[in-house]
Ligand binder design. Structure first.
Ligand code: GCV
Length: 674
């Protein structure tokens, strides 16, 4: 399949004050010839400068630097030196020379991509001085790719890692690694957390040579490869009768398995595990805890520096909808809070941003701020499972930023989610942020061309959470489509209004879930209402919402103060989350002064109006954007325009019929109540 270069599109105009004198790249590091990362760094600079300026930069080792005439020629220096924080870099200009300094070659590579970004955005100026260090130690993508080539919740074609139970390593893999590394992502899980069939065999001789090849390809771009693991592998590989984490036989089995895997793939980062969740096996079968399961694996992986990332997405997916006391939102917290402090140091708990499942609006997961002695990672999803499936535009970086800035009150300062997952709050080094990936083998990688902004943006905020969503969006536009002001303005407007629009025309006020079951696309207000998944809105003719206050399921009380009291109180709870926390009459007045029902009608009309505006603005870019992406996007925007109406009309009609309360503005809502 053909593929494009996305934001590493070096054909666009860039500028650099010093470019006319720059003729060479000089590497100041021992054994630089053997360092794959330095080689990638040099190659990337050469590619970029030849793309931008048609200028071939020659490569020299430090000893040869003086062969260039220093009066007329200058170079870019890549220098490894002691004493800087891992992965950090300096990029600066002095006397016409550009230097990129770091203590490790990953830092050099990130510095190179920084310089390229500066050139692409016209900021590579005389006297520039940039110092950057990543906020989060682990910045990871989780691919949910299956070995048959399908992708669970994939919206941009098939897997480019797997096909017909084989691992693929090719040109596309290299470009993927370049794109991923260019935004500072340093870890990738290649296979679905639901590990079944052939994927269980990834840790066997059948695949390890190929896993090694892939891991080496990634390593050249500073990316550690991780695998998702089947907790029941000892049984499913036909070697043991059980997978009890406290059985000596099972523990030894894993020790031997890890020895083999790390021997074959020494650069492997570790494993991601979904256990006792949605039908996946886990320690519960043996009446053991998640800590027992995770620690068994961690002990086996520890001698090789392996990390075990254990997911907290654990809940009862066989719930009876009649049962109003059981609350899926509580389950992650209830399952893990009692285990705080019981995990080994090479275990990280991976926690979804909210307690449910990547809805357009959820409160922050209460395990953030709840756990104090356990390594933690934040899991977000850039695959837009519930946010338009990469057919609707939904730029998620503003949402991620809200989550990262959320104060947990676990201590007086440095208590935001961002502080916890950066390791600031508890001094941890095994922590970070993971995103469920949105890529596939479509030519543009992400189905919707503009969904690439989520991939780009995720990496950028995991590295530098202080960047604003707008700055990131601007960068992405500039890098991908060049410096046309009209293009920049229009695409920026689209990106910055997309989440707001999507939230407005879909499920209201934090309640979530009003989607078609199983494939999760499109409106179906009662789709999940009488199901076993624990995802209800409880609407009747008087009101809607789930009572999670102290009088209801008690979920609101899982937060630290003052969050708990705020969420628990209908009057103080933020409007955006009101129906998540409370069952509310349609006639209830929101802080905006509107009733709940009027808010529902208004936001649904507004959401559609924003999309109409977005599409109008987009269509003015005809002839300004390259034809192929323009036409691809146009198709999706026209679909979004129509589909947003479907959402609006189904939601509004549903609530009109339930409540019998007409729209005070008299707009068209589809009948039923006379
Ligand atoms: C990979 C949701 C998704 C599943 C996904 C699961 C998870 O339930 O719909 O496809 O499984 O989350 O995060 O494990």
């Amino acid at each position: 399949m053909e593929f494009e270069q996305a934001w590493l599109n070096y054909t666009k105009k860039g500028s650099c004050d010093m470019v006319d004198q720059l003729t060479y790249i000089c590497v100041k590091a021992q054994n630089s010839g053997q360092d794959a990362l330095l080689k990638s760094s040099v190659a990337e600079l050469q590619r970029a400068f030849s793309g931008f300026f048609g200028r071939q930069l020659a490569l020299c080792r430090s000893s040869e630097a003086d062969k260039w005439d220093s009066k007329t020629e200058h170079g870019i220096y890549l220098a490894l030196l002691e004493g800087m924080q891992p992965e950090s870099y300096h990029v600066y200009e002095e006397n016409g020379e550009i230097t990129i300094e770091a203590s490790d070659s990953r830092g050099i590579l990130y510095g190179v991509f920084e310089l390229i970004r500066q050139v692409q955005t016209d900021r590579a100026r005389k006297g520039m001085k940039i110092f950057k260090a990543p906020a989060m130690p682990l910045r990871m993508l989780n691919h949910w790719d299956n070995m048959d080539g399908s992708i669970e919740r994939g919206y941009s074609g098939n897997s480019f890692f797997f096909q017909n139970d084989r691992i693929l390593v090719n040109e596309r893999t290299v470009t993927y690694a370049r794109l991923t590394a260019s935004v500072g992502i340093n870890a990738v899980v290649i296979n679905n957390v639901n590990v079944k069939d052939a994927a269980t065999w990834l840790i066997t001789e059948r695949y390890l040579d190929k896993v090694r090849e892939l891991s080496d390809t990634f390593a050249a771009y500073g990316i550690k490869l991780y695998l998702s693991l089947n907790y029941a592998a000892p049984i499913e590989l036909g070697e043991l009768e059980n997978a009890d984490p406290l059985s000596e036989e099972v523990r030894n089995w894993w020790k031997k398995r890890m020895a083999l895997v790390f021997d074959k793939v020494p650069n492997l980062g570790g494993f991601l595990i979904k256990a006792d969740s949605e039908g996946r096996p886990g320690p519960f079968t043996y009446s053991r805890t998640h800590a027992d399961g995770a620690n068994m694996l961690a002990e086996a992986a520890a001698p090789y520096g392996g990390i075990i990332i254990w997911r907290c997405f654990v809940y009862n997916c066989q719930q009876d909808w009649r049962d109003e006391k059981t609350d899926r939102a509580r389950s992650g917290y209830d399952n893990f809070i009692g285990l705080d402090g019981k995990f080994l140091d090479n275990v990280i708990l991976q926690i979804k941003n909210g307690p449910m499942d990547f809805q357009v609006r959820e409160p922050v997961h209460p395990l953030f701020g709840g756990l104090t002695q356990t390594n933690q990672m934040l899991e977000v999803q850039i695959a837009q499972e519930y946010t338009g499936q990469q057919r609707h535009l939904c730029y998620l970086i503003p949402m991620f930023q809200e989550i990262l800035k959320f104060r947990t009150y676990v201590q007086e300062t440095d208590d935001r989610v961002e502080d916890i997952v950066s390791g600031k709050t508890f001094g941890q080094h095994n922590c970070g942020m993971a995103a469920v990936a949105n890529t596939g083998d479509d030519a543009n990688w992400t189905g919707h061309d503009m969904a690439a902004a989520n991939w780009y943006g995720f990496g950028r905020i995991a590295f530098e959470p202080e960047l604003s969503a707008e700055e990131i969006a601007k960068e992405w536009i500039r890098l991908t489509y060049g410096d046309d002001k009209q293009v920049e303005e229009a695409l920026l407007f689209l990106l910055m209004h997309a989440w707001e629009a999507y939230e407005k025309y879909t499920a209201p006020l934090g309640i979530g879930w009003m989607v078609n079951p199983a494939y999760h696309y499109g409106p179906s207000v009662d789709g999940y209402e009488y199901s076993r998944w624990g995802t209800y809105h409880r609407a009747d003719h008087e009101g809607i919402g789930v009572d999670r206050s102290h009088e209801g399921t008690g979920y609101a009380c899982l937060y630290r103060e003052p969050n708990a009291s705020i969420y628990d109180d209908k009057e103080r709870c933020p409007d955006a989350l009101l129906l998540f926390f409370h069952h509310i009459p349609y006639t209830w007045k929101l802080k905006s002064g509107k009733t709940v029902i009027q808010h529902i009608y208004d936001t649904h009309f507004e959401g559609v109006a924003i999309v109409d505006d977005m599409v109008d603005r987009f269509m003015k870019l005809e002839g300004k954007l390259p034809e192929k992406p323009y036409l691809r996007m146009l198709k999706r925007f026209l679909h979004q325009k129509e589909h947003a109406r479907e959402w609006r009309d189904q939601i509004n009609t549903y609530f009109y019929r339930k409540s019998g309360i007409p729209d005070e503005k008299g707009r068209k809502i589809y009948g039923g109540v006379r």
